[in-house]
Design a protein around this ligand. Sequence first.
Ligand code: C2O
Length: 342
Amino acid sequence: ANPVVTDKNSCGLPNLGDMPGAKPIDCCPPNLETTKAIDFVFPTEDEPIRVRKPAHLLTGEDLEKYKEAIRLMRELPPDDPRSFTQQANIHCAYCHDSYVLNGSTAPPQVKVHFNWLFAPFHRWYIYFYERILGSLIKDPTFALPCWNWDHPDGMEIPAIFTDRRSSLYNRKRNANHQPPVLFDLNWNKAFGDTSGDVDGNLSKVYLSIAAVKAPDTFFGKNFKEGGGKFAASGTLEQLHNPGHTWTGDPTDPNGEDMGSFYSSGRDPLFYCHHSNVDRLWTIWKDKFCGEDFSDDDYNKSSFLFYDENKNLVRVTTEQCLDPSKLRYEYMDVPIPWEFAKP
Ligand code: C2O
């Protein structure tokens, strides 16, 4: 059967066993009176389409709104499900075995990495995050920017995240990978502080997106109740990993914040990074004819999120497969890796 998260009370303490020095936390959603999940309803067609832009092109009013929205999110009390803390905790709970599957305590617990849940889970995650930010500044057109690291102009930590006085700043990042150091999509911690090269990065994106046909190569292997294995990520997820490991602070025990599942949602850059991952999924589908899975265990898999009105909402994977129904899109920017065959 498909992995369904039906009950937020099926959330338990995260398994941080392999994280030396990680402060034990409970990352389950807060107890609100409305604990019963409602089924997701699509936004209506009179809602404006949110246009997500590359972070390195974000200026003026767009930038001020983004900073203001994050600032307001940071000010919410930590037990508000829309708060900065609770938003970060979502990643912790879904990545460290906090949720049991279909109400059963038998393994496997829900994991949203190393399998086909990676793409839909993160799409939903930033969907709600974006709407919460927009509602905090009362702007229904607010759109989450994307870290456009597949373009030479975007191949460094976007400057808007590095201003220490800004709400977008996070202290726990690699001091040696600050702009203008070039991001390295082939990075591996074992390499030390090598910097990337534009052509190597473009080829990597080409190989991970343009050159991939089969859905399970792109999204990762299945994750099902009972038989769920958790050992085969797809090329989309693999491509995205250096965005975490290269950015996190190597002087922290687990590369916090970006370098660890439990802490990565504490860096505003995380959501901007995932906005680009999501964008590459849309490009794969629209431009390279990438297909969805037809397996119901994929399509009916479900997650729980709090929305911008603090309602607990149950969403399914199939409901997120068409971004236009979710009322967002990505700014049309050049794709310099389209023919970057190595
Ligand atoms: Cu849940 Cu970028 O990872």
